[in-house]
Write a protein that binds this ligand. Structure first.
Ligand SMILES: [Zn+2]
Length: 161
């Protein structure tokens, strides 16, 4: 289970988007809560919308039950590709090369996305260490996902969240 926080908003969540697997077991893939003002942030998260019960937690909190590869792909689809034009196939399926290229893109971007370049660069460094075999995979994956979560929050802030 991975915790993502896609806004710095402190308001309580009022809507929950829940996605389930297509299998007969209908396992929960993720739950994302957003407040009324940040409903637009959930627009690219497919799933059933329900009113959040009291105590559902903060706006922007996503509890993600997907695999490591599934969560990385979700980051790519939701914001890395839209923000930096980078995708896995053009980097031979290497998350490290994708993240390094995305960081370089953010660094060169004229809108002053230096903060995004820093966190993407950190994610790339960890992913490179995993691929080089110099970092324990389980520990490294946690570090990549933590960095991507911070980068996702940064990207949402740059988009006005
Ligand atoms: Zn909010």
């Amino acid at each position: 289970m991975i915790l993502r926080q896609i806004t710095t908003c402190a308001a309580p969540a009022t809507t929950i988007a829940t996605a389930r697997s297509r299998g007969h077991d209908r396992q929960v893939l993720y739950r994302l809560g957003v407040c009324h003002r940040h409903r637009w942030l959930a627009q690219d998260w497919p799933g059933t919308r329900t009113t959040a019960p009291d105590g559902s937690g903060r706006c922007g909190t996503a509890v993600d039950h997907r695999t490591y590869d599934g969560v990385v792909q979700s980051h790519i689809d939701l914001w890395i590709r839209p923000a930096t034009t980078q995708d896995l196939p053009e980097h031979g399926g290497s998350a490290a090369r994708l993240l390094r290229a995305a960081a370089a893109w953010a660094q060169q971007d004229s809108r002053g996305e230096h903060a995004l370049a820093v966190v993407l660069g950190h994610a790339a460094t960890v992913a490179e260490a995993i691929e080089a075999g110099s970092l324990n995979i389980e520990s490294g994956r946690h570090q990549v996902l933590a960095a991507l979560s911070a980068a996702e929050t940064t990207d949402a802030a740059l988009r006005g969240a």
